[in-house]
Design a protein around this ligand. Structure first.
Ligand SMILES: *[C@@H]1O[C@H](CO)[C@@H](O)[C@H](O)[C@H]1NC(C)=O
Ligand SMILES: *[C@@H]1O[C@H](CO)[C@@H](O)[C@H](O)[C@H]1NC(C)=O
Length: 344
C-alpha cells in the first residue's frame, strides 16, 4: 500500500472521493483477510504451541543419535545456509515438534522405542535410513507409521544431494577486529573488488562447536582464505595459514615477507599481498583464477598426495531433513508401503 504515495484520507475532499475511500477500505480489509487465511493454512492444525511457529521456523526433534553415537547438533544456517530450523534432541520437545526424525536402526533393534502415540496433531515422523535393504531389519513393523522417508534413494521424500558445489570465493575469519589493524584496512579495500565472506565476532557466526564441523571444513568451501596476521613482524605467522592449507583453500597472506613464508611452504602455495602493486591488482588476479581452473591448479598441485576434506555426515542430513520438512508443511503425508518401496 505504500506505493500509492499519499494516504487516500489526506487527499479526500469530495463525495466521489469518499465512495472511492469506502472501496479502498473494503479492498484493504479483503486483502488483509486473505492474507490471514493464507497464514492460517500454514499454521492450522494442532492445539500444541511451538515456540518456533510464529516465525515460520520449524522444530525438528532428532529422536536418536544414529548408531547411538552422540553428536552435537549443527547450526543449520551457519553451516548450510538452511534457515528457520530448530534442531533438538531433547525428547521433552516431543509435544511441540513439527517433526521427529527417526533413524531406523535404533528403533528396529530395540535400543530405542518409537515416540509415544497418539502423536501431536500435524506432527510428521520422518523415517531415516542409509543402510541397504539387506541390512535394514524389521521393516514391516513400521508400515503406516511414517509420514516422510529419507534415504539414499533419489525417490525418497527428502533426498540429500551429495553434490560437488562450486566453491565460494574468499573467506576471512577474524576474532579481534580493530580498525587500527592493517588487515582491516586491507579488507576494506579488497571487498570493493571481490565478495569476502567474513566470519567471527565481526561477521557470521563460526561453526566451531557445530556438529563437529570445524573451522577447517568451513574454509574448505572457499577457493581463497585470507590469512592476515594482526600485526606484521619478523617470522610472525600463526595458525591462520595452516587452517587454509589444511582446508585446501589457497591462502592469501599478509604478514612477514614472502621469503619468510617460503621457508614454510612452496612459493606457489600461497598468494602474498606484496606480490601485487595494489589491492585492486590482487583482486583481479583472484577473479582471473576463478575463471581459469588450470591456473588455479598451479597453486594447488603441490598438495598432491594430501587427503581430501570430508563433510560431517549427519550434520548436513539433519539440516536437509529440516528443509524438506518445511517444504512439506502444508501437506498430509503418509508412507503406506515402506517395505515394498525400499526393497524394490
Ligand atoms: C586485539 O587488538 C588490539 C589492538 O591491536 C590489542 O590491543 C589487543 O590486545 C588484541 N586482543 C587480543 C585478544 O589479541
Ligand atoms: C502421519 O502419518 C500418520 C500415520 O499414517 C497419519 O495418521 C497422520 O495423519 C500423518 N500426519 C501428517 C501430518 O501427515
Amino acid at each position: 500500500f505504500h506505493s500509492a504515495g499519499h494516504h487516500p484520507i489526506e487527499i479526500c475532499f469530495s463525495t466521489k472521493c469518499a465512495v472511492l475511500l469506502v472501496f479502498y477500505s473494503v479492498w484493504v480489509a479483503a486483502v488483509g483477510f486473505l492474507l490471514l487465511m493464507w497464514d492460517g493454512l500454514h499454521y492450522l492444525p494442532g492445539p500444541f504451541v511451538s515456540s518456533s511457529k510464529g516465525t515460520g521456523a520449524v522444530t525438528l526433534l532428532i529422536w536418536t543419535h544414529p548408531f547411538d553415537q552422540y553428536r552435537e547438533l549443527p547450526d543449520c544456517f551457519a553451516l548450510f545456509r538452511i534457515d528457520g530450523c530448530k534442531l533438538t534432541d531433547d525428547e521433552r520437545a516431543y509435544g511441540v515438534a513439527d517433526a521427529v526424525l527417526i533413524h531406523h536402526r535404533e528403533v528396529a533393534t530395540g535400543t530405542a522405542e518409537l515416540p509415544p502415540e497418539p502423536r501431536p496433531s500435524g506432527q510428521k515422523w520422518i523415517w531415516m535410513n542409509y543402510e541397504s535393504p539387506s541390512h535394514t531389519p524389521r521393516l514391516r513393523r513400521f508400515e503406516g507409521v511414517f509420514n516422510l522417508t529419507m534415504s539414499y534413494r533419489t525417490d525418497s521424500d527428502i533426498f540429500l544431494t551429495l553434490h560437488i558445489s562450486k566453491p565460494r570465493l574468499v573467506a576471512w575469519v577474524i576474532s579481534n577486529w580493530s580498525e587500527s589493524h592493517a588487515r582491516v584496512a586491507f579488507y576494506y579495500q579488497l571487498r570493493r573488488f571481490v565478495p569476502v565472506d567474513v566470519f567471527g565476532r565481526a561477521g557470521r557466526p563460526l561453526p566451531e562447536d557445530s556438529g563437529g564441523v570445524s573451522l577447517v571444513q568451513l574454509v574448505g568451501r572457499y577457493q581463497f582464505y585470507l590469512a592476515l596476521e594482526n600485526s606484521q613482524h619478523t617470522d610472525y605467522i600463526t595458525e591462520k595459514l595452516w587452517n587454509a592449507v589444511r582446508a585446501g583453500a589457497v591462502p592469501v597472506v599478509l604478514g612477514p615477507s614472502r621469503k619468510t613464508y617460503e621457508r614454510l611452504l612452496p612459493p606457489e602455495a600461497f598468494i602474498h599481498v606484496d606480490d601485487f602493486p595494489s589491492v585492486r591488482g590482487l583482486a583481479r588476479y583472484l577473479l582471473m583464477l576463478r575463471q581459469n581452473p588450470a591456473k588455479l591448479r598451479r597453486h594447488l598441485d603441490w598438495r598432491a598426495g594430501y587427503s581430501v576434506y570430508q563433510p560431517a555426515f549427519w550434520a548436513e542430513h539433519y539440516c536437509t531433513a529440516c528443509r524438506g520438512l518445511r517444504r512439506s508443511r502444508a501437506r498430509t503425508d503418509v508412507v503406506p508401503d515402506l517395505t515394498d518401496w525400499f526393497r524394490s
